[in-house]
Design a protein around this ligand. Structure first.
Ligand SMILES: Nc1ncnc2c1ncn2[C@@H]1O[C@H](COP(=O)(O)OP(=O)(O)OP(=O)(O)O)[C@@H](O)[C@H]1O
Length: 265
């Protein structure tokens, strides 16, 4: 692990979440050590977003608890939580006319006294965070004129400007071309912050994550280093796909290919 040890561990303990009578997360537990990067993987509908939103306290669980460092997240004030945890959701939207800089400055809100304007340091941090996600020069652009990938990177800049100890990212590479996806995950890996991210691309997850947690129908069915979690048997059982797993010659990380499935006409 790379990191500057600004992170705090995340502990999710026996969390269950239901919508109506449907239980979509069932007694899920995971632990993300401080400063490390864990990928949450699993098929569509397996409960990744629900578990991430619960971790970020955007949803209340029916049972179980989330810990940020030594504190139960539920007992922290909104402001205390926002000083320690930043979340990037899948679909950011605003009807308000805002610039990219203003979006990133929102990340500074938990660190300002009520009603105080952004200070010089807030602006410096915002500029630095725009630079980190490759959006220098975009500061004065209207949010509405940004592409999907630029908006995605801007949300990460806003989250970094929050200077959290814990980052929760839902599909952060959605909308990104491969170069920007690699850059963003490298940034998350080296940010010095404890990171939990839902990822669909198993090769990217295997390349960047210290550990993976595999969800299937709301249950954690495997957790550990990528090479232990990603096995052909497990991918067949959970995703119903045939996978060939080699190792990347440079990194030694799992490198997965998928022969096309047989389609009957
Ligand atoms: N507000 C809601 N009301 C009812 N059902 C919901 C609600 N939110 C999510 N669900 C259901 O809960 C299940 C888990 O959804 P969730 O979005 O957590 O899965 P996911 O693993 O993130 O999926 P994907 O990979 O498709 O983004 C799905 O069956 C979904 O339809």
């Amino acid at each position: 692990m790379t990191h500057l040890a600004r992170g705090e561990p995340i502990t999710v303990q026996d969390v269950s979440v239901s919508f109506g009578t449907a239980r979509v997360v069932a007694e899920a537990g995971l632990f993300v050590p401080e400063g490390s990067f864990t990928g949450l993987i699993g098929p569509n509908g397996s409960g990744k977003t629900t578990l991430l939103r619960t971790t970020a306290r955007l949803l209340a669980p029916d049972a179980g608890a989330v810990w940020i460092g030594d504190d139960v997240a539920e007992r922290l004030s909104r402001r205390e939580l926002a000083q320690r945890l930043a979340v990037v959701e899948q679909h950011a939207h605003t009807d308000v006319e805002v610039t990219a800089r203003e979006v990133v400055l929102l990340g500074r809100t938990p660190h300002r006294r009520a009603w105080k304007e952004a200070r010089g340091t807030d602006h410096e941090i915002a500029e630095h965070c725009l630079e980190r996600v490759g959006l220098t020069g975009f500061a004065d652009r209207s949010w509405h004129t940004l592409s999907g990938g630029e908006r995605q990177r801007l949300q990460l800049a806003r989250a970094l400007a929050q200077e959290p100890t814990v980052l929760v990212l839902d599909e952060p590479t959605n909308h990104l071309d491969i170069a920007h996806a690699l850059q963003l995950l490298a940034l998350a890996q080296h940010a010095g912050v404890t990171t939990l991210a839902a990822l669909h691309d198993l090769n990217l997850a295997a390349t960047f994550c210290d550990a993976l947690v595999l969800l299937d129908q709301g249950e954690v069915v495997a957790a550990g280093p990528p090479e232990e979690v990603l096995t052909p048997q497990r991918l067949a059982g959970v995703y119903g796909v045939e996978a060939v797993i080699d190792h990347h010659p440079a990194t030694g990380r799992p490198a997965i290919t998928f022969p096309p499935p047989v389609v009957s006409h």
